[in-house]
Design a protein around this ligand. Structure first.
Ligand SMILES: *[C@@H]1O[C@H](CO)[C@@H](O)[C@H](O)[C@H]1NC(C)=O
Ligand SMILES: *[C@@H]1O[C@H](CO)[C@@H](O)[C@H](O)[C@H]1NC(C)=O
Ligand SMILES: *[C@@H]1O[C@H](CO)[C@@H](O)[C@H](O)[C@H]1NC(C)=O
Length: 255
């Protein structure tokens, strides 16, 4: 896994500025709809949403009017000493960070989504430990592994943690889908209808014709979720020497 650190640094510097452009900047400059997915890699409902629902926008053409932002942090939190804890254990922290690195190294959404779709597909089959094969399967290089190993991935994750903590209203569960600043909450299964309504450009994409007909509304209303686990966070903070104020989890600046 020892690749050239210099090459890695160059790639990272080239991509960092691009990948953290704010969503507001996008939506003001065009009719494009910004869709942000706050998720965590091993929540089965996130994996299901990505693999069986979100993927549809790449097939029906909606992606041509969407700025899709994937934010793999979800219900994880930062302990007082700076280490991450994830709802589904350390594998989830690893995969959150690997996906964050892949998004940063390969900012082209078609490329990094294909990788994420592969990993989440494995997660649904209970085979997430085979994630490393997804680089080859999707034709991507393994630079994201170097990003993880050097600790740069943690820096990216802290930014996602911060953005997730700053959601207004707070996310209550994942997957948490936001379309042009509107959180879809429990109605996230109808995300494509929201995209079509939010898109003000003309003409509307072909896919919107059937999506905006009354018969498809409510079709996808009931979707399960992974709730924010306040109790686990509290237990964690009680085991540390000093009790952490609840707001500290949002700081993301410790190391
Ligand atoms: C709108 O989004 C598409 C797909 O992400 C992108 O190719 C296009 O450049 C965007 N248009 C503008 C004006 O930002
Ligand atoms: C966790 O702690 C916060 C603040 O200390 C408290 O408001 C909240 O009710 C606790 N949650 C649970 C599930 O115990
Ligand atoms: C950070 O704190 C947690 C919980 O108190 C502990 O389990 C872990 O070993 C610590 N990690 C480091 C690197 O100090």
């Amino acid at each position: 896994m020892a690749a050239s650190p210099r090459l890695f640094t160059i790639l990272v510097l080239a991509n960092v500025l691009l990948s953290f452009t704010t969503p507001a900047a996008y939506s003001r400059t065009s009719d494009n709809v910004t869709v942000s997915l706050y998720y965590e890699t091993l929540c089965p409902y996130c994996a299901n949403f990505i693999v069986n629902y979100l993927v549809k926008i790449f097939r029906n053409g909606l992606i041509s009017v969407v700025n899709l932002r994937m934010l793999p942090w979800g219900n994880a939190w930062i302990q007082s000493n700076g280490t991450f804890l994830c709802q589904h254990g350390s594998d989830e922290c690893l995969l959150n960070t690997i996906e964050a690195c892949t998004i940063t190294i390969y900012p082209d959404v078609v490329r990094h989504f294909r990788f994420i779709q592969c990993v989440e597909g494995l997660a649904l089959e209970g085979k997430h430990s085979e994630w490393i094969n997804c680089f080859e399967k999707t034709g991507l290089g393994t630079v994201p592994i170097d990003c993880y190993n050097t600790g740069y991935g943690n820096v990216i994750e802290q930014k996602y943690a911060k953005e997730t903590a700053q959601l207004n209203p707070n996310h209550r569960f994942v997957p948490w889908v936001v379309v042009n600043n509107q959180p879809l909450q429990e109605d996230y299964g109808n995300f494509m209808t929201y995209i079509c309504k939010a898109y003000k450009g003309k003409p509307k994409p072909e896919a919107c014709r059937s999506l905006l007909s009354p018969s498809t509304e409510k079709a996808n209303s009931v979707h399960p979720v992974c709730y924010v686990d306040d109790e686990a966070r509290n237990l964690t903070s009680l085991t540390t020497a000093e009790k952490i104020p609840r707001s500290a989890k949002a700081s993301g600046t410790s190391h």
